[in-house]
Design a protein around this ligand. Structure first.
Ligand SMILES: [Zn+2]
Length: 76
């Protein structure tokens, strides 16, 4: 298993982000409390596209939500 953070690629990943199916470190997770930083979006979009996942609606801060529950009819 890849234990390196998907975003900073430096720290140890300790947190699974279910909506994007990536693993991130504690710092990156904390930075995304209000939504993912714009700098993280390329990685997130890539992860979503690679897995055929839906792109989330942006939150009130115009950021991608840190995590969210897929719609009930979501299926691969
Ligand atoms: Zn990180």
């Amino acid at each position: 298993m890849d234990a390196t953070c998907a975003l900073c690629e430096q720290a140890e990943a300790i947190r699974e982000v279910a909506a994007y199916r990536i693993r991130v470190c504690a710092d990156c997770w904390e930075l995304a409390a209000e939504g993912w930083p714009v700098s993280a979006e390329p990685v997130l979009f890539k992860a979503l596209a690679k897995q055929g996942l839906l792109i989330a609606d942006r939150n009130e801060n115009n950021r991608l939500p840190r995590d969210y529950a897929p719609p009930a009819d979501f299926a691969l």
